[in-house]
Design a protein around this ligand. Structure first.
Ligand SMILES: Cc1cc2nc3c(=O)[nH]c(=O)nc-3n(C[C@H](O)[C@H](O)[C@H](O)COP(=O)(O)O)c2cc1C
Length: 206
């Protein structure tokens, strides 16, 4: 790693593609801060293949070149963005499964002082984005990570468009009842801001 160069991991779970789009924007934001190497990784699927519907099959095909996240990716990173769809107001089991494998890292304090942020997506406007992001942060505190969100200097948080994602807690999008409403430009820009902020704060503390 060159002097002052930092490593950012964007690790996500996505079943119908929305979080994957936000993940790319978070990664672009991190890269835009310069001197930053970015890895995008997806966590293991827990739903057996024979239960995948057509939408899920299509999304899995689109994401097939993104490697599965390992514990080494967490160790490699100086800053980490975690992306998970909302599941009943909380993170997905797939992301929890990944985080629950960090026991060895926790014992060694290996993730302490790494910078972390969270992004999510819901179907409905008030379906739990903020609860998902905040409850996702709880294990990250246990791991000793330094948590960041998106401050209101990101003016897009003031958007009064009828359906907007993004909050001081992190980036997000509203995908609609069929999960087919992609993140808006506003949502993607807020996701970039989150990625850039994680990278910039990582540089300050690394
Ligand atoms: C089991 C399950 C639980 C969900 N829980 C919520 C929820 O609490 N609130 C909500 O608005 N959407 C909920 N959703 C919808 C997803 O969070 C939403 O479609 C999200 O945009 C999917 O992200 P993805 O396209 O990256 O998979 C749920 C979906 C599933 C399958």
């Amino acid at each position: 790693m060159a002097k002052n160069k930092i490593n950012i991991l964007v690790v996500f779970y996505s079943m119908t593609g929305n979080i994957a789009k936000l993940a790319k924007a978070v990664a672009d934001g991190a890269k835009s801060s310069g001197d930053t190497e970015v890895r995008i990784r997806q966590v293991d699927e827990l739903i057996p293949k024979d239960k995948w519907n057509d939408v899920m099959k299509k999304v899995k095909e689109e994401l097939k070149d993104i490697p599965i996240a390992t514990m080494d990716d967490l160790e490699w990173a100086n800053g980490i963005a975690f992306g998970t769809p909302t599941r009943y107001g909380n993170m997905s089991a797939q992301m929890k499964n990944y985080i629950d494998k960090t026991g060895g890292l926790w014992q060694r304090g290996a993730l302490e002082n790494k910078v972390a942020g969270v992004f999510t997506s819901t179907s409905t406007q008030h379906g739990g984005q903020e609860t998902t992001i905040i409850t996702s942060m709880v294990p990250l505190f246990h791991l000793g990570m330094i948590i960041v969100g998106v401050p209101y200097s990101e003016q897009r948080l003031f958007s009064m468009d009828p359906v907007s994602g993004g909050s001081p807690y992190g980036a997000s999008s509203v995908s609609g009842p069929a999960a087919d409403r992609s993140p808006t430009d506003n949502d993607l820009e807020i996701a970039k801001t989150l990625g850039k902020r994680i990278a910039e704060i990582t540089k300050k503390v690394t």
